[in-house]
Ligand binder design. Structure first.
Ligand code: AMP
Ligand code: MG
Length: 357
């Protein structure tokens, strides 16, 4: 276990070669490197080295049954990670890699079992961030990297978030400023027929359906007491410490009224809000974290905003569920998990008598 994390500040577009060299050698030595991708910061280790991969689970406090994503630099590395690759995977990869799309494929023999939590499938992507790409080239092998946060905490979109969770637990941190998308990759399983969306993320469902019209998305969110049929379906993920109450409904005014009623009932409450909602609720005089004017801005800010509200030691955070379109679907998924799966459905006739959990 490292005692101190070495932090290198880098230009996001033109990363310094010496720092990348140190980080690449750190990976090859079997140690951990946190690095930015376009989605969130990752906690990286040599994907071909079971002992190095085990350090990721230990540092995050991640259960061994939650598999990691392997990252590759180029198409030559694909056979190191996956086998029996279907044509559709190659078409999707040609179209969307490098980028925020993770494909679940059959696993290659060289990938250690702990990376995939014992499954014979593996999650794989090629990231589109110059620092991630430079690190992958320097290490010259696939890098296993889940998000660089403590298990179940909001994902890190800035280097400081990594330090907040993992200082002293990761050997090297490459700090290249905030990430450019802010929510994790979209995960698509190609070992299911029809292909199945396992997690909405930085690449929209609409974009995927253009190439993959049969794509199935029927999310099931499971509580801790249930046995997960698929990895990643766990609830209470991406969570702030405060309880999060997520309000939803077609009648915006009714939803607003229910949010106000709830806020009036709560002590020590804060709001996670679009710019428009922040204005609408400004009179309440409670802490508000603004998510911006659209889904793209909200994706960039969501996890930082959850962490900021947590630093205030709030008991309750109130939020409005976003539209499930484009990046909004990923936001909706993250907020629902942060709310431990309970959505408060509001309509004009139940503003006062819904039962918040
Ligand atoms: P993270 O990198 O922290 O965003 O988490 C990686 C996500 O990928 C988790 O939700 C995993 O459950 C999911 N995942 C990784 N490998 C597989 C796999 N072989 N099949 C299905 N999901 C996977
Ligand atoms: Mg994660």
């Amino acid at each position: 276990m490292p005692k101190q994390t070495r932090v290198f500040r880098l230009d996001a577009k033109l990363p310094d070669g010496a720092a990348i060299g140190v980080a690449g050698r750190t990976i090859l030595a079997g140690a951990l490197v946190a690095f930015p991708t376009e989605t969130v910061y990752g906690l990286g280790a040599n994907a071909m080295d079971a002992a190095a991969v085990a350090k990721i689970f230990a540092a995050k406090g991640r259960p061994a049954n939650d598999p990691l994503i392997a990252h590759i630099a180029n198409f030559e590395q694909l056979p190191l990670v996956a086998r029996d690759i279907p044509d559709l995977a190659l078409e999707l990869a040609q179209q969307f890699w490098p980028g925020p799309l993770t494909l679940v494929l059959k696993k290659s023999g060289g990938i250690p079992d702990n990376l995939t939590a014992g499954l014979d499938t593996v999650a794989l992507r090629m990231p589109n961030h110059p620092v991630a790409q430079a690190l992958l080239r320097a290490a010259a092998r696939p890098i296993a990297a889940p998000s660089a946060n403590k298990f179940s905490r909001p994902s890190p979109t800035r280097a400081q978030h990594v330090l907040d969770d993992l200082a002293g637990l990761v050997d090297v941190l490459l700090d290249a400023g905030p990430t450019s998308i802010g929510v994790e990759s979209t995960i698509l399983s190609l070992v299911d027929d029809p292909p199945r969306l396992l997690r909405p993320g930085g690449l929209s469902l609409e974009a995927l359906r253009a190439l993959c019209p049969a794509l199935d998305y029927a999310p099931h969110y499971l509580g801790d007491d249930q046995v997960a049929p698929a990895p990643g379906a766990m609830l209470r993920h991406y969570s702030p410490r405060a309880r999060l109450l997520l309000f939803s409904g077609a009648d915006e005014a009714a939803v607003s009224a229910a949010m106000r009623a709830e806020i009036a009932r709560c002590d020590n409450v804060g709001l996670l809000a679009s710019d428009a909602d922040a204005l609408q609720f400004a009179d309440l005089n409670i802490p508000i974290e603004r998510l911006g004017a659209n889904a793209e801005e909200a994706a960039l800010r969501l996890f930082a905003a959850m962490r900021a509200l947590d630093r205030r030691g709030l008991d309750t955070i109130v939020a409005r569920a976003p539209e499930k379109q484009g990046l909004g679907l990923a936001l909706w998924d993250r907020l629902l998990r942060a709310a431990a799966g309970s959505l408060i459905e509001v309509s004009a006739d139940n503003i006062e008598n819904y039962v918040p959990k």
